[in-house]
Design a protein around this ligand. Structure first.
Ligand code: SAM
Length: 310
């Protein structure tokens, strides 16, 4: 094996920088993002995201680094972080390429007193939990009391768990993925939430407006689609279609929590989609937390609140 001297190599400054940032930030008892490199506020670390699911450090590489680089990172961090996983997201089927301390595949993330199943498996790029939706979950739990909620693009239903914590009467979750919904069901069990107050529909939302009309009307509708998912959703084509059909399943006076996580579409794009539909009145942007600093806030997760007044 080739012997690398990292101290003399050009990767050394970034390894040192990562170590310095992470050593300052290790006493967290809940899930947290430690480095949000893609936000552009850590010059030189734009290729990196680091999350902490106590006690596991999860490093995502958005540009490839080799195994020697990973070994150097281990040397830098192992004393403070005994368990770690490194995933290479620069390749199509992103896999964990390196680990130390043999972290378990299954884990429980904790946030605001709620628990969520997380799985670090090479079979899936995502671990079952989106840390950057923290503000959205907190906000939803504040507004859900006595509400009937529809969670579209529910994934593993973390927003449903948050809504029930906030006193929602009932939450309907809809997603294409039965695996995600079954993890979602388990997330409700994990938090000892009554399953008669929650439903899980494995459906293509774009073909389910009739069903939603029958299940509605809802007091709160959450929209958190992917930017693009081949064959199932394209933000440019489909977001507006959902808004056109929404009057069929939202009650007058209801609220829409509209999310958009595309780096190429800004808040104005989302505002314009709503402006084209009569009855939706913009209330405000829900600000992302300081945990996810963005040099260009328009590139990160956008969350907007609308009132349906028609
Ligand atoms: C960004 S994730 C949602 C994250 C979730 N709101 C959360 O905070 O955990 C997008 C989800 O949309 C689902 N999806 C994509 N197209 C869909 C469609 N046409 N109908 C239903 N679900 C769809 C995917 O299966 C995926 O679970």
């Amino acid at each position: 094996m080739q012997n690398y001297d990292f101290r003399g190599d050009k990767v050394s400054p970034e390894i040192g920088q990562i170590g310095q940032i992470l050593r300052q930030a290790r006493n967290y008892d809940q899930q947290i993002r430690l480095i949000h490199g893609r936000g552009g506020n850590y010059p030189g670390l734009e290729f990196l995201t680091v999350d902490y699911y106590q006690p596991i450090l999860v490093v995502y590489l958005h540009h490839h680094r080799d195994l020697e680089w990973c070994a150097a990172l281990k040397e830098e961090l192992e004393g403070n972080f005994p368990f770690a996983l490194i995933q290479d997201r620069s390749i199509k089927k992103a896999a964990y390429i390196y680990s130390w301390g043999e972290p378990k595949e299954e884990h429980i993330a904790e946030e605001d007193g709620l628990k969520y199943h997380v799985a670090f498996s090479s079979k899936s790029q995502n671990c079952g939990f989106f840390p950057d939706m923290h503000v959205g979950r907190t906000f939803l739990s504040e507004i859900s009391h006595n509400c009937k909620v529809l969670n579209l693009f529910a994934y593993t239903c973390s927003l449903s768990v948050a809504a029930l914590k906030g006193g929602a009467l009932h939450v309907d979750n809809m997603d294409l993925s039965s695996l995600s919904l079954s993890i979602g069901r388990n997330n409700h069990r994990l938090n000892e939430m009554p399953l008669n107050q929650v439903s899980f529909f494995k459906d293509n939302i774009m073909k389910s407006f009739g069903k939603l009309r029958k299940k509605g009307p809802y007091d709160i509708v959450i929209l958190d689609p992917p930017t693009f998912q081949k064959g199932s959703f394209d933000v440019e084509r489909d977001y507006a279609k959902i808004l056109r059909r929404m009057p069929d399943f939202i009650r007058k006076g209801g609220l829409v929590l509209a999310c958009l996580n595309s780096p190429h579409h800004d808040n104005i794009f989302l505002r314009q989609l709503f402006e084209q539909q009569p009855g939706f009145v913009f209330q405000r942007n829900i600000q992302q937390s300081a945990e996810f600093p963005e040099k260009n806030p328009e590139a990160g997760l956008k969350m907007q609140l609308y009132h349906y007044m028609e």
